[in-house]
Design a protein around this ligand. Sequence first.
Ligand SMILES: *Cc1c(COP(=O)(O)O)cnc(C)c1O
Length: 355
Amino acid sequence: MRALKATFNTKAFIGNFNRVRSIAPNSKIMAVLKANAYGHGLIEAARALSSADGFAVLSVSEAIELREYGFDQYLLLLEGFFSAYEVKVCSQMNISAVIHNTQQIDFINQVKPKNPINIHLKINTGMNRLGFPPSKVKSLIQSLETSPYIGNIILMTHFANADEAIGVRDQLALFNKVVDDSFDRSVANSAAIIRYPETHMEWVRPGIMLYGASPFEDQSSKDIGLQPVMSLHSNIIAVQNLDKGQSVGYGSTFVATNKTRVGIVACGYADGYPRHAPSGTPIMVAGKISRTLGRVSMDMLYVDLTDIPSADIHSEVELWGENISVDEVAKEAKTVGYELLCAISSSIRVPMEYA
Ligand SMILES: *Cc1c(COP(=O)(O)O)cnc(C)c1O
């Protein structure tokens, strides 16, 4: 069996959750567990965060799974209902939903649930993805408040630029203009939690920071006080010695300018390592920082062993984790840590070990 595996560091995960608590001590925490907890495993992640006030997921099936495992936290469907049937199930299992269009309200009115549905009413303040226009919010709230089928209402919005220089000011101002403080509010993702305390309000919705990656391009996770949660490890399965002028891998994109010792690593893009990571992407071999060489293959990639004479077949490789941050690899591949983590959903190819 290949040595490739991902490890989930429960202590680090809980540490990051506590970091959220210390940054936003007066807010309830809705831990975002969508995309199989950003690739880390839904149930294991939820279990580690038993002191979270709520969990946010995408689909009814994920929420049902959490309820069936006995989690009694507030559960939120981030895209809300896709059918009347889903309303029925959610009413029975006390699952809450984002309401972002009128069709979803129609579903609720069709079902007439006995247990009123708790909702997050989503207001579009400028991201232009999901949500009602601010001008509609007052009248909407009035009609929802009088509906016997709707329980508690939380007002929410989502920022387009909390991680960018432009920030949250305009969206936040628009949100504050249309909401009044008789409702609980939920607006902050990780970036807003870290940079904009005025967004904390009654609920915060951290995702990426729980997993120990940074939402920012210009600030590392370490600087934010976060610890890496997922480590991706494999080993060297072959060694090649290149003479000057020889190349390695598809397209021969790396050509040796000197004698070069190359390690072949059992991990490729089919395992979730980014194909666009170029030669020079940091990687650790036998405890030493090195660099990748050439193009990432489906099942393998190449690493420079020239200055690591102790490294050989079976030497351990860290693709990312404690020493190589997933953000560094993502940056080289011109993407974000989010994408790399989500790509490692526990599978036969990449078993996840919980430590
Ligand atoms: C994914 C998501 C979050 C979490 O965002 P991070 O940047 O990972 O913290 C929060 N709110 C909503 C609506 C989301 O879809």
